[in-house]
Design a protein around this ligand. Structure first.
Ligand SMILES: Cc1ncc(COP(=O)(O)O)c(C=O)c1O
Length: 383
């Protein structure tokens, strides 16, 4: 079955009791059991452990990522935390990309050490840096590609290979490209994390996450952590996300085409130092991106002249673009990572990771691209 067919039909069948074409919202805390001898006979007991509406979304995501199974979460961060809780213990070592979403960085930097897990941040675009960060106690390598916010690309197959040589699992965050453009299991990853809040929902309507795995053993361990910590997604969020995913491919194709047009336009602007979009043929990681993805996504980064102050001014000068901390939805958003999403990253580390003072991140939505360019043009004129 093709991706477009699966994004509509996978995991969902008309409700057997009513014929409802949409999966019902099973807004129930508990599920009545027929007898103690047939406990969980219908598959559910208490919605912290599992829920039929959430399950429909999990089955859809398993089909789209071509993985073994999926668990869904209250947020993308809850999904990442469930992976750490399920797969790490005191004395273990984690290697994590130096450029990841700021909340992932914060959890790895400030919480994992409290539980006795050692953490090394390494440049995931440099396979040798990942290899030399590995230790006998390393259990996981965590990557994100393209990474938030610099769009640095990781060679997923190469990182999977060196991880597996060392008997280490490779976990990757596939939020930015989604399975429509990138299938990490085909490149050797063992665990795929999503913030479904972004492109999968696509409408700025929910906060959610998912973990797709390549084996029953990993599903069991991570699912156990989800239940123990109470991290599951709500049925209403699962239902909204099920509807959002049905148009994923169409949204991503249109938003990515607009992103490329905007990146090309920005490149010629006198107030811009550089533009970073992996879909520009002279981008240093263009060939790598082409080899492992079928599209470049809807995020564009650029550096404005004048550092932090000019970056902040631009945030105030735009009108059609919304100044807001999300990405992947139909509304176009603009952020200044240094003062917003990545404010938690210490200056020295963020500069080393390429998160510079004037860096601006665009999440290109579904509006007419001419209107988006005109608004940026007017805003750049004003600053
Ligand atoms: C790449 C990536 N992963 C994970 C997250 C965390 O997701 P959530 O905000 O749904 O907790 C984000 C949020 O921006 C993200 O951009």
């Amino acid at each position: 079955m093709g991706f477009r067919t699966k994004q509509i039909h996978a995991g969902v069948t008309p409700d057997p009791t009513t014929g409802s074409i949409l999966t019902p919202i099973h807004q129930s805390t508990t599920f009545v059991q027929d007898s103690v001898d047939d406990y969980m006979g219908k598959g559910y007991s208490y919605s912290r452990g599992g829920n039929p509406t959430v399950r429909a979304l999990e089955e859809k995501l398993t089909a789209l990522e071509e993985g073994h199974d999926t668990t869904a979460y209250a947020s993308g961060m809850a999904a990442t935390v469930a992976v750490f809780l399920g797969l790490l213990q005191a004395g273990d070592h984690l290697v994590i990309a130096d450029v990841v979403y700021g909340g992932t960085y914060r959890f790895a930097d400030q919480f994992l050490p409290k539980f006795g897990v050692d953490v090394t941040f390494a440049d995931a675009a440099d396979v040798d840096a990942i290899r030399s960060a590995l230790r006998p106690a390393t259990r996981l390598v965590f990557t994100e590609t393209p990474a938030n916010p610099t769009l640095k690309v990781t060679d997923l197959a190469a990182v999977s290979e060196i991880s597996h040589e060392a008997s280490v699992l490779h976990v990757t965050d596939n939020t930015f490209l989604t399975p429509y453009y990138q299938r990490p299991f085909h490149l050797g990853a063992n665990v795929v994390v999503h913030s479904t809040t972004k492109f999968l929902d696509g409408h700025n309507a929910t906060l959610g996450g998912a973990v797709v795995v390549d084996s029953a053993e990993l599903h069991e361990k991570i699912g156990f952590a989800r239940n123990a910590a109470g991290l599951i997604m709500s049925p209403m969020v699962a239902w909204l996300t099920l509807q959002g995913i049905k148009t994923l491919s169409e949204r991503m194709d249109r938003q990515s085409a607009s992103a490329l047009a905007i990146a090309e336009w920005l490149r010629g602007h006198s107030k811009i130092d550089y533009v970073n979009y992996p879909g520009l043929p002279d981008h240093p990681q263009y060939e790598l991106s082409l080899s492992q993805t079928s599209g470049f996504g809807a995020l564009v980064c650029f550096e404005v002249h004048g550092g932090v102050e000019t970056g902040k001014k631009l945030m105030d000068a735009v009108e059609l673009w919304s100044l807001a901390e999300n990405l992947g939805a139909v509304e176009s958003l603009i952020t200044h990572p240094v003062t917003m999403t990545h404010a938690a990253v210490p200056d020295e580390e963020r500069l080393e990771a390429g998160i510079t003072d004037g860096l601006v991140r665009l999440s290109v939505g579904l509006e007419d691209v001419e209107d988006l360019i005109a608004d940026l043009d007017a805003a750049l004129e004003r600053i």
